[in-house]
Design a protein around this ligand. Structure first.
Ligand code: GLU
Length: 509
């Protein structure tokens, strides 16, 4: 039991899950599965002011979409619950009280004005640290400077107070991060962080440490933005007497803006049109609707693979990994130290790779629904054929519709460049003979379409290149596209003949 791997994903339900959060969840999940461990989902909702309802459902929906199955946690059971911090208030208070009783934490009664005045004072005195710490605490109103009677009186009179950690001076706090290596700081640079807020809620720091301990978390795998807090957490483990079972830390590299300039923010993700949550999410703070990856047509396997490679490398050239392969290959040692650029082109590339490997019939299932919503009746076999023709050329499934409109509607206009260059008397004559020859065919297949074309071309002693662009533009209206004979087969004889006739009548040059 003692050596068991237990990891957790501990989001704060303060809004849509950030792409970095999804990556953190995945790495924790890979690590748990690889090591036959447990993956815990814990909701860190102690910041009441920033709470956003619906954020929790959002997380569950993301997990379901990506195929992440927590072993324990809110909605998943487990023996270390409750897994929502707002339901564990008594526990945090208990440990805060123990720290106070042992002289490792204290009450502080300072008002916001007093705190401001302190910072101002320190600024004017050009102090290195303008914070509440082992030096400045001496000048403040707390249970270290006030008499016991005064403190009792203040508490009795329900004066607002917080509980602060009493950080001792001149200690070297060190930790061996599994990604970043040794991190060492002097306790003189750690301030007396608030552990319990005046609303009776714990801060992130206390709740996080207490829960990781009580939930027997073995490894804390989280974003690099938490690395500066890690020494404080190490101190908390020490003061609580839990150093022996302190989890190992692994801080994941930052996700950088697409141009590599600085950290990717939620706002960037939105701005680039790639918010991170696979739901159409209306941000209650801004009432802005944003599309998630799922709605944009990304496949969960592609996003999983993309995020897996954003900060981790397998040490080989392999790029495409199934979830099982990621689990098999994952190791914390192969997490990169430096930040990773969030390159959406790469995500698109992954999507393409996965899309083209899906069976046409499977793609057609969804595509038929899309067609129905557009009022288009189409047979399942033809829908599958369209998917088959287009899937190598598109990134998203919805492009079967947007790029493939000519399968459902005759062209409204014709590419003028093709007409200028390739629409000539010879091409027109061949087209006339071709459509007349097609009329004699019972069922048009791509083979019979090609055979007939070759016969007509032979009569004209002309090569393919003489008529192909004109034929394509007559049928589709555009210059490029998938195998033209395949398109003809999907359209069927009568439609093809009609489109050629229309083009011959309509295109004037
Ligand atoms: N609640 C923190 C967050 O939202 C968790 C950080 C951690 O994993 O310790 O990122």
């Amino acid at each position: 039991m003692e050596n068991k791997v237990r990891v957790r994903f501990a989001p704060s339900p303060t809004g849509a899950l950030h792409i970095g959060g999804v990556r953190t969840a995945l790495y924790n999940y890979f690590f748990a599965r690889k090591n036959n461990g447990k993956f815990i989902l814990r909701i860190e909702d102690t910041d009441q002011a920033r709470f956003v309802s619906g954020a929790e459902a959002y997380i569950n929906e993301t997990f379901a979409w990506l195929g992440i199955q927590p072993d324990e946690g809110i909605g998943y059971g487990g023996e270390f619950g409750p897994y929502k911090q707002s339901e564990r208030k008594d526990l945090y208070k208990k440990y805060a009280d123990i720290l106070i009783a042992e002289g490792k934490a204290y009450y502080a009664f300072d008002t916001p004005e007093e705190l401001n005045a302190m910072r101002q004072r320190l600024k004017e005195a050009k102090a290195d640290n303008q914070v509440y710490d082992s030096l400045s605490r001496e000048t403040m109103r707390n249970s270290l400077t006030l008499s016991k009677e005064e403190v009792d009186e203040l508490i009795k009179s329900e004066a607002a107070y917080v509980v602060r950690l009493k950080v001792e001076r001149d200690e070297v706090v060190s930790l061996d991060d599994m990604v970043r290596g040794e991190v060492k700081v002097s306790s003189n640079n750690i301030d007396d962080k608030v552990l319990m807020k005046s609303d009776g809620m714990p801060t992130y720091h206390l709740a996080n440490v207490v829960d990781d301990h009580l939930m027997r978390v073995s490894h804390v795998i989280r974003g690099e933005e938490w690395l500066p807090s890690a020494p404080l957490h190490v101190l908390l483990y020490k003061y609580l007497g839990w150093s022996d079972t302190m989890p190992q830390f692994a801080h994941l590299p930052l996700l950088l803006k697409p141009d590599g300039n600085g950290k990717l923010s939620k706002r960037d993700a939105d701005k680039h049109g790639y918010p991170v949550f696979p739901l159409e999410w209306e941000d209650p703070k801004t009432s802005e609707k944003s599309m998630g990856f799922r709605e944009q047509g990304y496949l969960p396997q592609a996003i999983t693979n993309f995020l897996a490679m954003l900060g981790w490398n397998p040490g080989t050239e392999q790029e495409l990994f199934t979830m099982e392969e990621l689990i098999d290959n994952f190791s914390i040692e192969r997490i990169n130290k430096s930040g990773s650029k969030f390159d959406i082109d790469k995500a698109n590339w992954f999507n393409q790779q996965y899309l083209k490997n899906i069976d046409n019939e499977v793609l057609a299932d969804d595509f038929l629904k899309l067609l129905k919503s557009k009022g288009v009746e189409f047979s399942a076999s033809k829908a599958a054929a369209v998917c088959g023709l287009l899937k190598e050329r598109v990134i998203f499934p919805q492009e079967f519709w947007t790029s493939g409109r000519y399968f459902f509607y005759p062209p409204g206009e014709y590419d003028q460049k093709v007409i200028r260059k390739k629409w000539n008397d010879e091409a027109k004559e061949i087209l006339v003979d071709y459509k007349n020859a097609l009329k004699k065919i019972d069922t048009l297949t791509k083979e019979s379409a090609l055979e007939t074309l070759n016969e007509v071309l032979a009569q004209h002693e002309a090569g393919m290149g003489r008529v192909m662009p004109a034929l394509r533009v007559s049928i589709t209206g555009v210059a490029g596209g998938p195998d033209l004979m395949g398109i003809l087969e999907v359209l069927g004889r009568d439609e093809v003949v009609e489109r050629i006739e229309t083009a011959l009548n309509k295109i004037v040059k």
